[in-house]
Design a protein around this ligand. Structure first.
Ligand code: IVH
Length: 675
């Protein structure tokens, strides 16, 4: 084959693999094979620089930085959307549209309006200008009339085709959103932190910063994504296309990425159902969205409805409650955790965010406070996404008062007065009081009684607080000496609940060895490690006599875990408590069934939805991971199984649509080799 033909073939092949990888999420070849193709292309181009064209896949990253971003006047203005924040506003919009379209006989009086329904992507609007099927220019929205030329940067976005799949004649302007996946944003921020550089507040800001870079070599290192949701100037409109949804389908055929949730809905009911459905799945999507968008699907009807000031009359954004808000940071206090970790907690002026009023938010640790540079008195960005605990994201520097105070970690524990230590190389400061510290004792006991440990139903935080404060319970062993009479006298307890609790304590005398170990709260020993240790040693006695080397013989147990276990079990006080349980209080940990091979589920990806009869979702996830599988949040073609319990969410529907096998708890247990 002639070299020039091979060159064309390589370009076509690489563009096809880019499309499969970045748009369809369905790669055909391994990275190494792809790299080999790219190398071959680059070698030919190096030998024949005169053959290089801008649409070659080798030409995504430009060389030197440009001076500043040039202005671009949009051929067709980039508009914004009218917003609705509740169902009534959506109903009013639908009524207006319906009335207007029946008046012009585009919809019959008794028919519902059909809308294209999309997610509202929380990124930046962009316009891509293709001329004869080749990407010529990319511009930001700017003020809607004039934006900035970000062509060099957009060329680095691998899901943006440099050449369309068919040679669409004349100008085709594609409009859509540039964004970062949350996972990519987190990785980017972690890398920024490693380099001691400023953190981005959220994926949207990171995407904006990346898109407006002057040096496109930096943009190339930021894995930006693009999704098309509309168009501007179109010289040759596909004649058979009469609907918004089919136009997006046509754009997808040209190789442009279109977001998966796009669908059509009928009337108000359909709109609200779509909104409910997406808001439930919102946090399973890999990117941030801030609502949904409805667009009258018929293009003829869109033309009829027209525009009002700077927004179309045929479209509406139905927003979700904001997940970020600004408020005042009143103080930073420290909380003592189970292992003595001191967590700085922000006390906030109450603020409504993510659907609830937030007054406290975690600041994780001392370094985090420094890195974020939040000071007492600052106005801060608070974020609460879904069920995730609220966090302080960043200060609003413009609003910093002159007397804002830096946080200083106390030198002694606010609960027990012991010294606070911070081991070099660790990010966490700890109270050195150990179980002498009431705060640590309470949490150690609550942990031990928890569902995943000894599972003592009825022994929650409030009761533990009372028992510790009265000095009745000092150690885990003391729990096994509690009597109905004394429990019945405590606040919010009666004869019946005391009896139930004593029975639950009795049942906890025969825990699985793994659960028992987990209950002890040894540092670094999570549920999975506890189970591994139990399976390996088989009895408490053997484990208590194990050396660090014996421990390291257990698969997945490294030196840090081994050291923590030996230290804990050699500590005289801990030995005393364990011996009291085993020898005086009739506690008999039971050997565990042998676990499946840690590779049984290797390479398999699971998504969990709904409530399982006997596992929490956390437990199910841990077992899957322990057996070598992976658990992810959203269902795709590549998901191996969806495990569904009662009241499953839309993930089940999605699994069924995509033909992903669905298991119940029994099915999962079988895969795990449990029966
Ligand atoms: S349509 C003529 N569709 O929302 C209307 N916009 O407030 C043009 N956005 O600047 C926009 N997802 O950045 C449309 N599915 C979607 C969208 C979307 C996000 C953004 C876009 C626009 C803003 C409008």
């Amino acid at each position: 084959m002639k070299e020039q033909e091979r060159l064309q073939e390589l370009r076509r092949e690489i563009a096809e693999h880019d499309h499969r990888y970045y748009v369809l999420d369905d790669p055909l070849i391994a990275d190494a094979e792809y790299d080999a193709l790219m190398r071959e292309l680059q070698e030919i181009e190096a030998a024949h620089p005169e053959w290089i064209t801008p649409d070659s896949p080798s030409q995504r990253v430009a060389g030197a930085p440009s001076g500043e971003l040039a202005e671009v006047r949009h051929a067709v203005p980039m508009l914004s959307l009218a917003n609705a924040f509740d169902d009534d506003e959506v109903a009013a919009f639908n009524r207006r549209v319906h009335d207007s379209l029946t008046a012009s006989a585009l919809v019959a009086e008794n028919d519902s309006v059909i809308y294209a329904a999309e997610v509202k992507l929380d990124g930046l609007a962009i316009s891509l200008r293709y001329v004869d099927g080749v990407l010529q220019q990319a511009a930001t929205r700017g003020d809607g009339q004039t934006g900035e030329d970000v062509t060099a940067n957009v060329r680095t976005i691998r899901s943006v085709p440099l050449r369309l799949r068919t040679a669409v004649p004349g100008v085709l302007e594609v409009r859509g959103e540039v964004l970062l996946f949350r996972s990519d944003f987190e990785a980017l921020n972690a890398a920024q932190a490693d380099r001691g550089q400023k953190l981005f507040v959220n994926p949207r800001n990171a995407a904006a910063g990346s898109l407006r870079q002057l040096d496109s070599r930096i943009t190339a290192q930021r894995p930006l994504r693009f999704f098309a949701y509309g168009w501007g100037q179109v010289d040759h409109f596909p004649p058979e296309v009469e609907h918004h949804s089919t136009m997006l389908g046509w754009l997808a055929e040209q190789g442009l990425p279109v977001e998966d949730s796009l669908t059509t809905v009928s009337g108000l009911e359909g709109m609200l159902e779509f909104h409910r459905n997406i808001s439930e799945r919102r946090h399973d999507l890999p990117y941030d969205i801030d609502g949904v968008v409805y667009k009258v699907n018929s293009l003829a009807a869109q033309r009829q409805l027209g525009f009002v000031s700077r927004a179309p009359r045929f479209a509406l954004a139905h927003k979700f409650p904001a997940e970020e808000a600004h408020t005042e940071l009143l103080d930073i206090e420290v909380q003592v955790g189970r292992t003595g970790a001191m967590t700085p907690v922000a006390r906030l002026k109450p603020v409504f965010v993510g659907g609830v009023t937030v007054t406290n938010a975690t600041l994780h640790n001392e370094d985090e406070v420094r890195r974020k540079d939040v000071r007492i008195g600052d106005t801060v960005v608070v974020r609460r996404a879904g069920d995730v605990i609220p966090e302080v994201v960043a200060p609003v520097l413009d609003k910093r008062p002159h007397n804002a105070r830096e946080f200083v970690m106390p030198t002694s524990c606010p609960v027990c007065g012991s010294r606070i230590e911070r081991i070099e190389g660790e990010s966490v400061a700890r109270c050195s009081g150990g179980l002498y510290c009431a705060a640590q004792r309470k949490q150690a006991l609550t942990h031990a009684a928890g569902r995943r440990a000894l599972d003592i139903d009825g022994l929650g935080e409030k009761l533990v607080d009372q028992l510790v404060e009265r000095g009745r319970v000092r150690t885990l062993a003391d729990i096994f000496t509690l009597t109905v009479n004394e429990l019945a006298e405590l606040e919010r307890m009666g004869e019946k609940s005391a009896t139930n609790l004593v029975q639950a304590i009795d049942r906890a005398r025969r825990p699985g060895l793994g659960r028992f170990l987990f209950a002890l709260g040894i540092r670094h020993v999570g549920e999975a490690t506890a189970r591994d240790l139990a399976a390996h040693f088989g009895s408490m006695e053997k484990l208590m006599n194990a050396s660090q080397d014996d421990l390291m013989a257990v698969p997945d147990v490294g030196p840090a875990v081994a050291e923590a276990v030996v230290q804990f079990l050699q500590e005289p006080h801990n030995r005393e408590v364990i011996q009291a349980m085993l020898e005086e209080h009739g506690v008999e940990p039971q050997p565990e069934a042998v676990r499946p091979q840690a590779t049984a589920l290797a390479g398999k990806t699971f998504v969990l939805t709904g409530t399982l009869p006997n596992f929490t979702r956390d437990e199910a996830a841990q077992r899957i991971v322990a057996a070598g599988g992976k658990v992810t949040g959203s269902v795709s073609k590549k998901t191996s199984y969806v495990v569904a319990g009662a009241d499953p969410g839309s993930k089940l529907t999605r699994a069924e649509t995509l033909g992903v096998p669905v298991l119940d708890e029994q099915g999962l247990r079988q895969l795990l080799g449990e029966n």
